[in-house]
Design a protein around this ligand. Structure first.
Ligand SMILES: Cc1cc2nc3c(=O)[nH]c(=O)nc-3n(C[C@H](O)[C@H](O)[C@H](O)COP(=O)(O)OP(=O)(O)OC[C@H]3O[C@@H](n4cnc5c(N)ncnc54)[C@H](O)[C@@H]3O)c2cc1C
Length: 403
């Protein structure tokens, strides 16, 4: 059998999205695609929830669990800012529904093949790239290989924080949620010594919601630490009364100004979080993965040479580096910083900014909504800071999704 055009390693958000776009119907000459994913076990992440924003009618609309027309941020004193970010809606996609939707397309694609194996290395080969299994044998070769396996270590950086969180899907006894509004950041949580914390509430109906406790800080909590924070938030802050926890999710997402190379060889490319698709200032990744997958698939399907687009431009990355440093150094107060941004910038513009799609003059206006003096001090300081190796990350960042 000839080598496939494309080999993808990892069937998470990035691997599946790329396979989905590469195998779209309608190509004159379909590309042959092989997807390699780890067998069930510790390398495979448990079911997760991905949120992102776009106008109604997007690619995965039929698989969404929910979407919201309004977003709310609450200051530490409870003051609420509600934004209508139209034309965007905030959307929630469960990973199992996404896998099923992508699976339906892939099962109908004649030139698609799936392999279940633990990959230990991916490297250049004479006519493309090759993927190696645990016993050292070559599993598959392809003209191009896209690797989404998580990196063993985060890159050297001036600032490395983690966005770490645990969430409960709750069912309350009485109506407690407004299903038209997602609470992006609720700062009525006790703040950690370094970084910030907030509650995140995604209502599915008046009695059901995903309620999360999130920190941007140097290290994850232990399970009891998250449980304590969630008990406090659900009972003392939200005052939910009696509720049942039907599922749980937990994660750790890097927030770093380190550089993630997108190329790991002549024909080997990194995608997803491993390829720098996670926005350093927010942890959002899914939308950048979609933009990149669509662009790569369009070029390859049109028979054009591959140009891997950077997930974010130079300006958004520079602004994120300043924000991360200002936050980590304690120069700006995190809850005040985000509350000011949400109350001072129109919702649509802010979401476009967070996707890296705003114009220079809009970025300047947004910059003026931040505490200008400490941010400018940080701008001056950054070029003199050295990039250091961060401490080893927690092993997987995932935990089974049972309560
Ligand atoms: C709980 C959680 C919630 C999140 N929520 C959001 C959100 O709401 N919005 C957002 O934008 N981002 C979110 N993120 C961040 C980001 O979108 C996700 O982490 C996303 O899954 C990253 O996609 P990925 O393809 O890079 O990695 P993953 O989805 O983790 O996929 C990696 C794949 O590689 C495979 N793999 C690993 N090792 C091997 C190996 N040795 N051999 C073969 N296969 C291997 C795994 O089985 C997996 O399929 C969240 C992250 C977590 C952990």
């Amino acid at each position: 059998m000839p080598d496939p055009d494309v080999v993808i390693v990892g069937a998470g958000a990035a691997g599946l999205s790329l396979a989905y776009h590469l195998c779209a119907p309608g190509a004159a000459v379909p590309l042959s695609v092989v997807l390699v994913d780890a067998p069930p076990g510790p390398l495979r992440p448990p079911p997760r929830t991905w949120c992102y924003w776009e106008p109604p009618g997007g690619t995965y609309e039929s698989a969404l669990a929910a979407s919201w027309p309004r977003l709310r941020v609450r200051a530490a004193d409870g003051t609420a800012t509600v934004a209508d970010p139209s034309p965007y809606r905030y959307k929630m996609l469960r990973s199992d529904a996404f896998e099923a939707l992508v699976g339906r397309r892939l099962s109908g694609a004649a030139s698609f093949r799936r392999i279940e194996a633990t990959v230990t290395a991916v490297r250049d080969a004479p006519n493309g790239g090759e993927v190696l299994a645990q016993d050292g044998r070559v599993l598959v070769r392809g003209r191009r290989v896209f690797d989404s396996r998580p990196l063993r270590r985060l890159p050297p950086a001036r600032t490395t924080l983690l966005q770490h969180f645990m969430g409960w899907f709750v069912r309350t006894e009485r109506p407690s949620f407004d299903p038209t509004t997602a609470d992006l950041m609720d700062f009525r949580t006790p703040q950690p010594a370094r970084g910030l914390s907030f509650g995140y509430v995604l209502p599915l109906d008046p009695q059901t919601a995903l309620v999360e406790y999130t920190e941007f800080s140097p290290a994850p909590l232990d399970t009891e630490g998250y449980r304590r924070a969630l008990r406090h938030y659900t009972q003392e802050v939200l005052k939910l009364g009696e509720f049942q926890v039907t599922a749980q999710e937990r994660g750790v997402i890097p927030m770093t100004d380190g550089h993630f190379p997108r190329r790991a060889g002549r024909s080997v490319h990194r995608i997803g979080t491993a390829g720098g698709a996670t926005r350093p200032s927010t942890g959002y990744t899914f939308a950048a993965v979609q933009r990149q997958s669509r662009s790569v698939a369009d070029r390859l399907r049109a028979g054009r040479g591959l140009r891997m687009p950077a997930p974010y431009g130079v300006r958004p990355r520079a602004m994120d580096a300043v924000m991360l440093r200002a936050l980590d150094s304690g120069r700006v107060d995190g809850s005040d910083f985000f509350t000011r941004l949400f109350s001072g910038v129109p919702g649509e513009r802010l979401l476009r900014f967070l996707d890296g799609g705003s114009h220079f003059h809009e970025d300047l206006l947004i910059g003026l909504r931040t505490p200008v003096a400490p941010m400018l001090r940080t701008v001056v300081e950054l070029p003199f800071l050295t990039r250091r190796e961060p401490p080893p990350p927690p092993p997987t960042g995932h935990e089974k999704s049972t309560p």
